[in-house]
Design a protein around this ligand. Structure first.
Ligand code: ADP
Ligand code: MG
Length: 445
């Protein structure tokens, strides 16, 4: 079991911070460096947990080389810096590393606890056929649909079924994003460490079952698509089973390599839709039973009727109710369910760019439409920077997305977000304004 080496990582990081103090202003240290923590150090990587996304990006852009050079010299091996953007990501990283058998898929998702209804019947049946190995014509199997509708659940279920029959077949599950990152890292250190690239290629050529989650992350990344195509094709031609998930069908994917698209379309494509009422009722019951929570029929219907978009939210509500029930020590009523639904929605739904723009324009007393307009007076410019900052920290939009929402290019928005992030720490008025705005925005939902 790989062990996380956090003490050593933290000690190394303190050394780097001390060295950086000599060359960076205390403002920069305070804003980006001081609150980062060393999470882990391996023989080829150093994992750093940054305070937030902005700090992570600053460090990656400005001090990556410096840090890698220093660590490589100190540890006498080429070290890659891996930055995480929150404590939550750090916890996930640690949990992943310390999993007992190093597997990266969870055994709690199975076909048994997947509720089948009209919205997912086809996908579930195809997944089951693939898991039983009873067909070779569903290759690749491509499952698409919105977030929280059970795509990952089905992938895990296939993997778990494959594993359970212990024929020694080799399963690889990979989130497309991780594959991409792993690939980039391999290329980055490839020229330093020969063998690393071969290792990467060998790894992705060996499985009998290859599961790739959230393939949408590959769109537009040409080199990664190229790299992905090779193992994909090798496996495909060797008759190995491949299952892919995506948020949209292949034909809707602009910026997807034509060869990949053709391959994806050559097998079976099926979708998962939001569950209909009956299925939602079954899911609520199922989830409550698995948590040992008793719910009246009235409460079950209330939840099923009011939480309609996705299964993840249904689960969130049932979990919340379990917590309430444990706290209040009384049976769950429709009123409690109402409150749980309210909580889950405000927690889960990030505000949209439009709401943020609207609230900033009101707050700063600007005409609607000012922020995305060409106006450059001081008040508008400041409000625009704040809006960009809020889009970054609340719905965590990417800089190009923020730029599009505000009619600016992405580098302007990187600068704007940095400005506000830096100023907030020394300008109590700005800090209060931002907190008020956040409250207004959250209350809008
Ligand atoms: P996706 O990958 O499509 O975003 P997930 O597979 O992660 O969604 O599903 C989100 C949550 O909802 C998971 O906890 C999953 O177990 C649960 N879930 C989704 N669909 C079903 C279903 N049909 N029956 C039971 N649980 C489901
Ligand atoms: Mg998923």
């Amino acid at each position: 079991m790989p062990r996380v080496n956090s003490e050593r990582a933290q000690a190394l990081w303190r050394g780097i911070v001390d060295a950086l103090r000599g060359e960076l202003s205390s403002l920069v240290i305070d804003t980006y460096i001081e609150y980062a923590k060393g999470v882990d150090v391996t023989d080829s990587a150093f994992v750093l947990c940054c305070e937030n996304t902005v700090a992570k990006e600053w460090i990656e852009r400005n001090r990556r080389e410096y840090i890698e050079k220093r660590l490589s010299a100190e540890l006498n091996a080429p070290i890659t810096l891996v930055c995480l953007a929150s404590d939550e990501e750090a916890r996930e990283y640690v949990a992943e590393r310390e999993k007992p058998d190093g597997s990266s898929f969870s055994s709690e998702f199975t076909f048994e606890n997947f509720v089948v209804g009209g919205s997912n019947r086809f996908a579930a049946a195809a997944a089951q056929a693939v898991a039983q190995g009873s067909t070779s014509s569903y290759n690749p199997l491509f499952i698409y649909g919105g977030s929280g509708l059970g795509k990952t659940h089905l992938l895990y279920a296939i993997a778990n079924a494959y594993r359970a029959d212990d024929s020694g077949r080799n399963v690889i599950y990979v989130r497309c994003e991780d594959f991409t990152n792993e690939f980039i890292e391999t290329v980055r250190v490839g020229h330093l460490r020969s063998g690393r690239e071969k290792e990467f290629r060998d790894k992705y050529r060996s499985p009998d079952l290859f599961l790739v989650d959230d393939i949408q992350f590959i769109a537009g990344k040409e080199q990664t698509q190229e790299e992905f195509f090779n193992p994909f094709n090798t496996l495909y031609e060797a008759g190995k089973q491949i299952v892919l998930t995506s948020d949209r069908p292949p034909k809707d994917r602009a910026r997807l390599d034509e060869r990949l698209r053709t391959r994806f379309e050559s097998g079976l494509i099926c979708d998962v839709q939001p569950p209909e009422l009956e299925t939602r009722v079954a899911i609520v019951k199922n989830k409550a039973a698995s948590l040992g929570l008793a719910l009246s029929d009235q409460v079950v219907s209330y939840i099923a009727e009011n939480v309609t978009a996705n299964v993840r939210q249904i689960e969130g509500v049932v979990k919340k109710l379990q917590a309430f029930a444990a706290l209040l020590r009384e049976p769950v009523t429709v009123t409690t369910a109402q409150q749980a639904i309210g909580d889950v929605f405000t927690e889960k739904m990030p505000p949209t760019a439009d709401v943020i723009i609207d609230e900033c324009e009101r707050f700063y007393d600007l005409e609607p439409g000012s922020l995305a307009s060409k106006r450059r007076d001081g008040k508008t410019a400041r409000a625009r920077q704040v809006a960009g900052y809020l889009m970054r920290v609340m719905p965590r939009m990417s800089f190009p997305e923020i730029g599009r929402a505000l009619g600016r290019d992405h580098s302007t928005m990187i600068y704007a977000v940095e400005q506000i992030d830096g100023k907030r720490k020394n300008d109590p008025q700005l800090d209060t304004d931002i907190k008020d705005l956040m409250l207004n925005i959250t209350n809008r939902q």
